[in-house]
Design a protein around this ligand. Structure first.
Ligand code: ADP
Ligand code: MG
Length: 409
């Protein structure tokens, strides 16, 4: 249920009709405090246009510590960049124009989705340190525990998104121990099919015809198998076939898929397209890829700032430096200075990566003991809490998998 803070009764009634006829309305800060005290698990508090901005930011900042699963949405007709920054800094999740009913509803829906995630799952860094799977799959109708969505993102082409996404998907599938779906959201120039030498007979574009009524059988009919445990949902062969794939459809696909798979790995185009934004809303672990050259690092920093503005939680990010160790004259300090955060994970540079992509066999499949495969496995164990698949063939044991790589680029 929703709490609506709006001092003007007529506006409060209009918003309640729009959002949730059962919403509880607070007309002043005391009423708001009383409602929250009575129901501390409230998932959504909407500050209407009659509420003061300072009231909203103060409430959000406090609530972030008191009950982070409670989302705060602010309704403002003319939100400029200054207000946007202030609001995001305070922890307000969304700002929407009260005159645009669809925008208001969507902002509230996104915030509720995030609250459901936060309420269900402790994330890395949470007290139990496990980043456990969310507790129930009821919302998916699967009855089981929903799988985790891992999105690989970089706002610059050529960072290695497809290389990492394919290797990660193979690693997580662990030879068939886990069910993994690799989704290619680069609807214009997707190349997961090429990287795995698959011939797409059907794919994401065919989901358009099933929009709003996609079910498990329908989704399965669109998949292409790669190896035991690993299915793919491929991008269209012709860029124009991807035009109708929008965020709503991608949200529908991913919600369904996480009820069917243990992990859903999402490869993305190098920009924040509508499908990517929809995926981000559902993403449990976001791999933000960078590479050790100043232009890419700067680009990554801007991407991280954009993610902040979008309200994507920083604690779900795994900033990953790909091609680390390339002889490009940058120290770890240089990397951190430009990125403004130290990378969480490193994947070394190796000419075997393009060779393996050309052969259609990711290194994680063809050579699990390769340093690149080991780095991806390390990332999966350390940051995605995956269970190590097998002892590496070259006999370095599990301790090798967990070896610290910090301080290297
Ligand atoms: N760790 C790495 N070492 C060497 N080459 C890499 C590495 N990662 C990616 N590459 C190469 O960089 C190029 C771009 O990678 P790709 O995965 O297609 O990037 P993106 O999907 O981000 O556009 C490919 O030729 C790939 O083989
Ligand atoms: Mg790619």
């Amino acid at each position: 249920m929703t709490v609506l803070y709006e001092p003007r009764p007529a506006e409060a009634a209009r918003l309640a009709a729009l959002l949730d006829p059962a919403a509880r309305i607070a007309a002043d800060p005391h009423e708001l405090a009383a409602l929250l005290a009575a129901d501390p698990g409230e998932p959504l508090v909407v500050f209407g246009p009659g509420a003061g901005t300072a009231e909203a930011t103060a409430f959000a900042a406090e609530q972030r510590l008191r009950g982070p699963a409670t989302g705060v949405v602010l309704l403002r007709a003319d939100a400029g960049p200054a207000l946007l920054r202030e609001a995001l800094r305070a922890g307000i999740r969304e700002i929407a124009d009260p005159g645009d009913p669809q925008a208001v509803r969507q902002a509230c829906e996104r915030s509720l989705e995030l609250s459901r995630h936060l309420a269900a799952a402790p994330w890395p860094g949470a007290p139990d340190g496990q980043g456990a799977l969310p507790a129930t799959g009821a919302e998916d109708g699967s009855g089981g525990r929903p799988g985790r969505i891992v999105t690989v993102l970089a706002t610059k082409g050529g960072c290695g998104k497809t290389a990492i996404a394919t290797n990660l998907a193979v690693t997580l599938a662990a030879g068939g121990r886990h069910r993994v779906l690799l989704v290619d959201l680069d609807v214009e120039f997707g190349d997961v099919a090429i990287a795995l030498q698959l011939t797409p007979e059907r794919g994401l574009a065919d989901a358009v015809a099933m929009a709003d009524r996609l079910d498990e059988t329908g989704l399965r009919s669109l998949l292409t198998s790669y190896r035991p445990g690993l299915e793919t949902l491929l991008a269209p062969l012709r860029p124009t076939d991807g035009e109708q794939i929008d965020g709503a459809l991608v949200g529908e696909v991913l919600r369904l898929a996480r009820g069917m798979f243990d992990y859903v790995v999402v490869d993305t185009p190098p920009h924040f397209s509508d499908p990517v934004l929809a995926a981000l809303d559902l993403t449990d672990h976001l791999l933000v890829l960078s590479a050790p050259d100043v232009l890419t690092l700067k680009n990554t920093r801007i991407a991280l700032e954009t993610l902040d503005l979008l309200g994507q939680p920083a604690e779900r990010r795994v900033v990953t430096l790909n091609r680390s160790g390339s002889p490009v004259g940058l120290t770890p300090q240089d990397v951190e200075r430009v990125l403004k955060v130290p990378p969480h994970a490193h994947v070394p540079s190796s000419a075997d990566v393009p060779l393996s992509l050309n052969r259609g066999v990711p290194l994680a499949a063809g050579d699990p003991a390769h340093p690149v495969s080991r780095a991806v496995a390390d990332l999966a164990v350390r940051h995605l809490h995956a269970v190590p698949a097998q002892e590496p063939r070259r006999g370095r044991g599990r301790r090798g998998l967990l070896r610290r790589r910090d301080g290297r680029i």
